[in-house]
Design a protein around this ligand. Structure first.
Ligand code: SF4
Length: 418
């Protein structure tokens, strides 16, 4: 057990195990009273802030910062506070796990070591290095922002919140994270991890994004922010949420701020925050056309420029992440027939094509659950189409493609029985 518990007077791990009738009654009463308070008030009261007198607030900060300094993970973007690197890491970490982001981060920096080099790169090259990370608008906005930074801020990430928020892809959370870490600006971050920690510290029940709870949490985050080291403070709270105060099974016994935690005291740590109601899943069926010539080469179409007009439930271009892709349609009734009609429109000169079904692939994008039905067409010579590219089916890595397209290629590569 780390030393952090040594600085938590009054907290005994054993106290969780004492279940005398009086204790059970006291706990039942405390929880009931807490629910009465929080469910009957539209906005929760920041009990944590009331509880933390100035001396206990300073101990709270000291404990968390000491824990962060001792236990923080060694992550590549923590090795210096270069604003470009901090910015890149914050964008990559949106919707992406740390372990998944690291190799992309290192590759990206090797190819684009400066804002200038990113601003001047061919957009397809930026997307190619992003391919596989998903949420490709992040890469597109990153490059647009780099171009603005070069044009308006001499190639250096701006230092004011207003200027940062004016850049593509930068929201309130990202601006606060970059400016506090890179420039020590006194801006408190509030993302899902931090919100969970704060909600537990204050035993805030209910959906954190409704009934004005989020702005209240932002206020709490701002009040707790240590003005001496905003960058480390923000990272410490995020680190606590990512490593100990996790969504499931928070490790309260190791927590550096356990003594100030209402949820732990009430036995509510595991049930806060309340799970958000998930949007209903929309099932989509797509069919993709995979040409294969005798050399194993195939044909990809360029990124679609604007959403395809359709009455469909899904925008196919968006599902393809607006990247290089196989000819693809949404299926309404008969996959092969509809794909044949689409193929005829694209390649009117081709006739008597034999469609060979490949194993279906599954993919999920946000609330879309997608089934893809790839059809192979073995053809002596790939058809020509303006701006389409031919390349080996077994290695599409020279072009930026989405994970969906990668799965289609994989399915189509499974040996056919014909
Ligand atoms: Fe999270 Fe537990 Fe620490 Fe409270 S005591 S902040 S629930 S890890």
């Amino acid at each position: 057990m780390p030393d952090v518990l040594a600085v938590q007077p009054g907290f005994s791990p054993l106290s969780h195990t004492l279940n005398s009738p009086a204790r059970i009654f006291r706990r039942f009463f405390a929880i009931s009273f807490h629910y009465f308070l929080t469910s009957s008030l539209p906005l929760f009261h920041a009990k944590l802030l009331l509880m933390l007198s100035s001396s206990s607030l300073s101990r709270f900060r000291k404990n968390l910062l000491a824990w962060f300094s001792q236990f923080q993970r060694d992550l590549p973007w923590r090795r210096d506070k270069d604003p470009y690197r901090v910015w890149l890491s914050e964008i990559m970490l949106q919707q992406t796990r740390v372990a998944a982001a690291i190799p992309y981060y290192l590759r990206f920096l090797e190819r684009f070591p400066t804002v200038q080099s990113l601003a001047e790169a061919p957009p397809q090259e930026v997307l190619r290095l992003w391919a596989g990370l998903g949420y490709y608008s992040r890469a597109r906005n990153l490059q647009k922002a780099a171009q603005e930074i070069v044009a308006r801020h001499h190639g250096i990430f701006p230092q004011t919140e207003e200027q940062a928020l004016a850049l593509p892809g930068i929201g309130v959370y990202t601006a606060a994270a970059i400016l506090s870490i890179a420039y020590e600006k006194k801006l408190a971050v509030l993302d899902g991890n931090v919100a969970r920690v704060l909600a537990r510290l204050d035993a805030v029940t209910g959906d954190l994004r409704s009934n004005g709870r989020w702005p209240k949490l932002q206020q709490t985050a701002s009040t707790l922010l240590d003005p001496c080291c905003p960058g480390d403070w923000n990272q410490a709270l995020m680190e606590l949420g990512a490593t100990l105060c996790t969504p499931r099974s928070p490790q309260c016994r190791l927590c550096p701020v356990a003594e100030s935690c209402e949820a732990r005291k009430l036995g509510l740590a595991g049930s806060i925050p309340e799970k958000r109601k998930k949007r209903d899943t929309v099932e989509i069926v797509l069919a993709s056309l995979v040409f294969i010539d005798p050399k194993g080469r195939t044909l990809l179409l360029p990124p679609p420029k604007s959403p395809q007009k359709s009455t469909s439930r899904a925008d196919v271009a968006t599902l393809l992440s607006r990247m290089w892709h196989f000819p693809t349609i949404e299926v309404h009734q008969n996959a092969e027939l509809e794909l044949r009609q689409h193929t005829h429109k694209l390649f009117p000169a081709l006739a008597n094509l034999h469609f060979v079904p490949a194993p279906k692939a599954r993919h999920a994008v946000t609330f879309h659950s997608i089934t893809i039905l790839p059809f192979r067409i073995y053809i002596p010579k790939l058809p020509r189409l303006a701006s389409a590219r031919s390349l080996p089916l077994a290695d599409l890595s020279s072009l930026p493609i989405s994970n969906l397209t990668r799965k289609v290629a994989l399915s189509a590569s499974v040996p056919s029985s014909m």
